[in-house]
Design a protein. Structure first.
Length: 221
């Protein structure tokens, strides 16, 4: 019998792949199979593959994209690598699910969006996973059925103290060149996508950004 499942390669073996993407993919055994993982840390890749029973490992993302057994890729490395990897994956003819932000800057993100629009025979997605949560999908149904009447105001907030602990390790997320817009791009993009999913396109934006951790500005690269 021919295996009609989508064969998936995962690029990046960090927390997001471990706690979000692999558990989700494993819920769909009749539709897809994870066949390979790539990480710049070979030990991390091998440990990740052993933990999730993935048969193939690659030392570079380029090698994974060259793997003919991979139909689709899940891209979840540090944010500054999303754009070059996604662009190369599209050029290689893979289906693409890319973590956000798509790029550190708008021009590169726009380039990926335009390129995805040309790929009629491939499916390309950004990992806005919140819109698939049961609660948000139910809320969308209530909005569509008119239970709230004319919606004039929408407020959404995200609270976390994860980065306030001074003993927390310094990672790529704290480097502007790798992390980009920080929490605004990381979690703020989910909030923007949720608003668009529920209510439609955004007509105007008014925003204020503030750093709350004293002294941190001078230490950021």
């Amino acid at each position: 019998m021919t295996d009609r499942r989508v064969h998936v390669g995962v690029i990046g073996a960090g927390r997001i792949a471990d706690f979000v993407h692999l558990p989700s993919l494993r819920l769909l055994p009749d539709l897809c199979e994870v066949v390979a993982v790539a990480s710049r840390d070979p030990e991390q890749a091998r440990a990740f593959a052993a933990r999730w029973r993935i048969p193939g490992t690659h030392a570079t993302w380029q090698a994974l994209l060259d793997d003919p057994g991979v139909d689709a890729v899940v891209i979840c490395p540090p944010s500054d690598l999303n754009h070059p990897i996604a662009a190369a994956a599209m050029a290689a003819g893979k289906h693409v699910l890319c973590e956000k932000p798509l790029a550190i800057g708008y021009p590169e993100a726009r380039q990926l969006a335009d390129r995805a629009a040309w790929s009629a025979d491939r499916i390309h997605m950004v990992a806005f996973t919140f819109r698939f949560a049961a609660a948000l999908r139910y809320l969308r149904r209530l909005v569509d059925e008119g239970h709230f009447g004319e919606i004039r105001h929408w407020r959404m907030a995200y609270f976390t103290d994860a980065q306030l602990d001074p003993s927390a390790p310094f990672t790529w997320r704290h480097r502007r060149a790798q992390g980009g817009a920080g929490i605004v791009a990381d979690m703020g993009s989910h909030m923007i996508d949720a608003a668009r999913y529920l209510l439609g396109e955004i007509a105007a934006v008014s925003a204020v950004s503030r750093r709350y951790v004293g002294g941190a500005k001078s230490r950021l690269p």
